[in-house]
Design a protein around this ligand. Structure first.
Ligand SMILES: [Mg+2]
Length: 293
């Protein structure tokens, strides 16, 4: 089995094409009862909705046309090789067919198709990524070392410096009571006030918003998000000048695997300097965060 000699641009072209095809397949059901129809439980026990499966089927069909042996890591079907299982391979495709499925199924306008290509097993190995907003049809792309773009135009993180004046995005889909969650992080929130928080139920799209300067920072503190949810968006964020860290302030470079669960913060370098003195407080709060696993 020969290893791929495709460059990152060629992979990006393929995954952008697949994202557009997936969008065409779901365009008519976004926000309808059909989109919300439960199909099955996926390998991780999460419910697969009709809109997830419809988009994934199309992406996998498009990937199947590529005459390369690819390791696919995808939300609904799991991990597999497109040709044959082998130790020698160079290409990973990491797919979240719909990130923000519930938003999409209800027609709440925040959800995206996410596809990443990687040359190795970690987040930092992602070399091409696409996020397609299924409501606005905006297409965000990045190639490692070549910047990030929205519909072909460069995007950059904000340069705002004052944390309390910033727009925070958070994933508030907590498994505990919201009061318990807020109380756990009260000391940290207190240092950021008066903060403006937006709850965003799509992690990949939220990181893309940080990359495009539409959010100043995004925090996911629940230790239950899969790396596949943010594989494409992490590259877009970094290529837009942003930083991806964990709640302890360490640069995040997690394994691209179905079972990996993470917490993360997407932020600009200027704002990260403001956050740094608060990291010990955040880390102390986070230590008590229950794991769902
Ligand atoms: Mg999904």
């Amino acid at each position: 089995m020969s290893l791929s000699d495709w460059d990152s641009q060629k992979w990006l072209n393929k995954i952008v094409h697949a994202a557009k095809k997936a969008y065409e397949s779901i365009e008519g059901i976004i926000g309808t009862p059909l989109a919300r129809q439960r199909i099955r439980k996926n390998q991780l026990g999460d419910t697969t909705l009709c809109i997830d499966k419809t988009a994934e089927d199309v992406i996998l069909r498009e990937m199947g046309k590529i005459n390369q042996n690819i390791k696919v890591i995808t939300e609904e079907t799991g991990e597999f090789f497109t040709q044959q299982e082998t130790e020698e391979f160079s290409d990973y495709l990491v797919i979240d067919p719909i990130d923000g499925s519930h938003n999409a199924s209800f027609g709440f306008p925040m959800a995206c198709i996410s596809i990443a290509h990687a040359k190795g097993p970690h987040l930092d190995d992602v070399d091409a990524g696409v996020i397609m907003n299924i409501f606005s049809k905006d297409i965000f792309t990045a190639i490692k070392g070549k910047g990030a773009f929205r519909n072909g135009f460069p995007i950059h993180v904000n340069t705002r410096k004052v944390l309390p004046k910033c727009l925070f995005g958070m994933n508030l889909s907590v498994d505990e009571t919201l009061a318990d969650f807020v109380n756990r992080y009260a000391k940290f929130f207190d240092k950021c006030k008066p903060m403006r928080i937006r709850g965003i139920g799509t992690d990949g799209f939220a990181l893309t918003l940080v990359g495009s300067g539409q959010l100043d920072l995004f925090l996911n503190l629940q230790n239950k998000t899969r790396t596949l949810d943010i594989a494409a968006a992490a590259l877009i964020l970094k290529e837009a000048g942003g930083i991806l860290i964990d709640p302890y302030g360490n640069v995040l470079n997690s394994l691209l695997a179905l079972t990996t669960r993470i917490s993360f913060i997407g932020i600009s370098p200027t704002l990260k300097k403001q956050l740094d003195p608060l990291i010990p407080i955040l880390a102390e709060c986070y230590k008590n965060q229950p794991s769902i696993l």
